[in-house]
Ligand binder design. Structure first.
Ligand SMILES: Nc1ncnc2c1ncn2[C@@H]1O[C@H](COP(=O)(O)OP(=O)(O)OP(=O)(O)O)[C@@H](O)[C@H]1O
Ligand SMILES: [Mg+2]
Length: 307
């Protein structure tokens, strides 16, 4: 079983503008749609597309619980959250201009969780997760959830002995590496927190891979570098028309872990993840991709051993 943990969930409110965003004018909307925004939820969605059973854990607010639940049900995502009473799951505003690729993202911080809420999460996780399971912790941490709380969560998972994957950034990512998790996927900015300089990049990657079994550095349209079992691979991307690359990393992580859990060879996991993420950037939301299109794109993805 795979569990995804989203500590700071969000609901994406996609605002489709008529024309471009302009100061001093009434910017009219063509339509508004909703999508899941939490990184772990994106991971669950990607695993679902591969038919890999998983459950989304983490926190959620009760005052707008129906809104998040409707989106998750619509996507067929199974969930079991620690509900934080009287709080609202934050909403993120994704502004999409007509005829222009990319998006403008505006996010709220998220509600504050208490020590009691955090304890309930530890209990839920310890009750569910078994040694043979995989756990993905993804996204930012909410106010009230300190680095020491993340450390405690990771230590408890280590004691269970499950596979721990982390898609985190900044100090949280550093902590995950220090504790020694099984998988991380920093992007080109996040990796700068871990390696001292761009010089001898591959040597730094090899050094890091002594602490983390599966280390993937994603480089947007330039593909990714993966280090595992003393070997380093360079993964290409298929050519696609970029519409919105938000969530590309989440799609990559979800499909990679999903295929790894199906015992697929590493090269297959990497090429499929690259293809799914590339297919995803052609859509304007942060979670959609088509697995059949991705299988076509996968045919031109190369995975080259470079060290
Ligand atoms: N324009 C693109 N064309 C093809 N593939 C892409 C493109 N952008 C991203 N990808 C694929 O998605 C992977 C992850 O992208 P990226 O490095 O942007 O992740 P990220 O910054 O973690 O994304 P996010 O956190 O928003 O989900 C890349 O390694 C690549 O395989
Ligand atoms: Mg990312």
């Amino acid at each position: 079983m795979i569990y995804t943990i989203t500590l700071n969930p969000t609901i994406d409110r996609l605002l489709f503008l008529e024309g471009t965003l302009t100061k001093g004018k009434n910017n009219r909307l063509r339509k508004v749609t909703y999508d899941i925004g939490g990184k772990g939820h994106h991971g669950s969605n990607a695993m679902n597309q591969l038919g890999v059973k998983n459950q989304a854990l983490g926190f959620s607010g009760t005052t707008n619980a129906g809104k998040l639940e409707n989106i998750l049900l619509d996507k067929g995502i199974d969930y079991d959250f620690v509900e934080v009473y009287g709080k609202a799951t934050r909403e993120s505003y994704v502004i999409l201009e007509e005829g222009i690729g990319g998006s403008i993202l505006i996010t709220e911080k998220g509600f504050t969780v208490t020590d009691y809420d955090i304890e309930l999460l530890y209990e839920k996780v310890e009750k569910k997760v078994q040694k043979e399971d995989m756990v993905l912790i993804a996204g930012s941490t909410p106010p009230g959830f300190d680095l020491s709380d993340l450390e405690e969560l990771l230590e408890r998972l280590k004691r269970i002995g499950c596979f721990i994957a982390c898609d985190l950034s900044g100090e949280a990512l550093k902590k995950a590496v220090e504790i020694g998790v099984d998988f991380i996927k920093p992007n080109r900015f996040e990796v700068q927190e871990l390696v001292p300089s761009d010089d001898n990049f591959l040597d730094h990657i090899k050094e890091l891979s002594e602490k983390v079994d599966y280390l993937i550095v994603s480089l947007g349209k330039d593909g990714s570098i993966c280090s595992h079992a003393g070997e380093v691979y360079e993964v290409s991307t298929p050519p696609v028309e970029l519409v919105n690359d938000t969530g590309a990393g989440d799609c990559f992580v979800g499909t990679f872990l999903g295929s790894l859990s199906l015992n697929q060879p590493l090269t297959e996991c990497l090429s499929l993840a690259s293809a799914c993420a590339a297919d995803h950037v052609q859509y304007n939301d942060s979670s959609t991709f088509d697995i059949n299109n991705a299988r076509e794109l996968q045919k031109v993805v190369t995975v080259k051993k470079i060290s």
